[in-house]
Design a protein around this ligand. Structure first.
Ligand code: C2E
Ligand code: MG
Ligand code: MG
Ligand code: MG
Length: 272
C-alpha cells in the first residue's frame, strides 16, 4: 500500500513537472515571434516630483500580449528572454516604443527604460540607444536608463566604455532597485549615475519600521552628497508619501499615484 501511494505521488509530481516544462518550451517558442507579431507592448507608470506634485517622467514597463492568453507580466517572460537570447530584441523594441511615446508628449517629459545586464554587455548598446534617440527625435536628457546593480557588475569590464558612450550621448543613468544588490557602494564609486531608485522593499514598512526609515534617510543623505537624485519606488499610501516628502526625497512612484497603464498619462497634478 505504502509503495503504491509513494508511486502515485511520484507520478503526480512528474506530471506537474512535465506540464511546467511544456509550458516553458511553449513560451520560449512563442516569445521568438512576439516582437515580429507586434505582441510586445510598453505600459507606463508616472514618476512624480513629490515636492511639486507634478509628473516629471514615466517608466516604460514591458508587457507581452499573447493571443488567447491575455497580458503577460515581465516577471513571467523577461528572465526567459534573457536566458534564450531574446532580451536584446525585446529591449530594443521597448526602447523604441518608449522614446516615440515620450517624444509625442508634452515637452520636457522624460521616459525611464529598464535595461537588463544582457543588453548592457552588448558591444553595440551605445549605438542601439543612439539610434532610438535619432529615430524618435527625443532629446537625450529626456531618456533615463535604469540599470540594476547586477547589470553593472556583470559588465564591469566593458561597462566603463559603455558608460562613457552613454554619458557622451547625454542620457541620464539610474540604478534601479538600489539597496538590494551586493556591493552597491562599489558601483557608486566606479560610475557616475544621475539617479538612484530606492527598492520598494525599503518603502513598504516605512510607517512602522524605524529601522527602514533610518536606511532610507541614509540613502537620501548619501545621494545628496553625491548630487544624485532619488526616486522612491512602491509608494502606496499617503503616509509613505508624506514621510518621504518630509525626508526630502525628490521623486516617487507607486500605486498611490497610478498603476502602470497601456498609454502615457498626461502631466497631471496630484492632490491627495
Ligand atoms: P522595476 O523596474 O523595479 O519596476 C517596478 C515594478 O514594481 C513594476 O512591476 C511596477 O508595476 C511595480 N510597482 C510599481 N508601483 C508599485 C507599488 O506601489 N506597489 C507594488 N507592489 N508594486 C509596484 P512590473 O511592471 O511587473 O515589472 C517588474 C520588473 O520587470 C521591473 O522591475 C523590471 O526589473 C522588469 N522589467 C519590466 N519591463 C522591462 C523591460 O522592458 N526590460 C527589462 N530588462 N526589464 C523589464
Ligand atoms: Mg525599473
Ligand atoms: Mg525597481
Ligand atoms: Mg524590480
Amino acid at each position: 500500500l505504502a509503495k503504491g501511494r509513494g508511486r502515485a505521488r511520484y507520478e503526480i509530481f512528474d506530471d506537474d513537472l512535465r506540464t511546467r516544462i511544456h509550458q516553458r518550451l511553449d513560451s520560449e517558442l512563442a516569445l521568438r515571434d512576439a516582437v515580429e507579431l507586434g505582441e510586445i507592448e510598453t505600459w507606463y507608470q508616472p514618476i512624480v516630483d513629490l515636492q511639486q506634485n507634478t509628473v516629471v517622467a514615466t517608466e516604460a514597463l514591458a508587457r507581452w500580449r499573447r493571443p488567447a492568453r491575455g497580458v503577460i507580466q515581465p516577471g513571467d517572460f523577461i528572465a526567459i528572454a534573457e536566458e534564450v537570447g531574446l532580451i536584446k530584441q525585446i529591449g530594443t523594441e521597448v526602447l523604441g516604443q518608449a522614446c516615440r511615446a515620450a517624444n509625442a508628449l508634452e515637452r520636457g517629459m522624460a521616459v525611464s527604460v529598464n535595461v537588463s545586464a544582457r543588453q548592457f554587455v552588448q558591444d553595440d548598446f551605445g549605438q542601439v540607444v543612439k539610434r532610438a534617440l535619432d529615430e524618435s527625435g527625443l532629446p537625450p536628457e529626456q531618456l533615463w536608463l535604469e540599470l540594476t546593480e547586477s547589470a553593472v557588475l556583470e559588465a564591469i569590464d566593458s561597462a566603463a566604455k559603455t558608460f562613457q558612450e552613454l554619458r557622451g550621448l547625454g542620457v541620464r543613468l539610474a540604478i534601479d532597485d538600489f539597496g538590494t544588490g551586493y556591493s552597491s557602494f562599489t558601483h557608486l564609486r566606479a560610475f557616475t549615475v544621475d539617479l538612484l531608485k530606492i527598492d520598494l522593499t525599503f518603502i513598504r514598512d516605512l510607517e512602522r519600521s524605524q529601522h527602514d526609515r533610518a536606511i532610507v534617510e541614509g540613502i537620501l543623505r548619501l545621494a545628496d552628497s553625491l548630487h544624485v537624485d532619488v526616486v522612491a519606488e512602491g509608494i502606496e499610501t499617503t503616509n509613505q508619501r508624506d514621510l518621504l516628502k518630509a525626508m526630502g526625497c525628490r521623486f516617487g512612484q507607486g500605486y498611490l499615484f497610478s498603476k502602470p497603464a497601456p498609454s502615457v498619462q498626461p502631466m497631471v497634478q496630484f492632490v491627495h
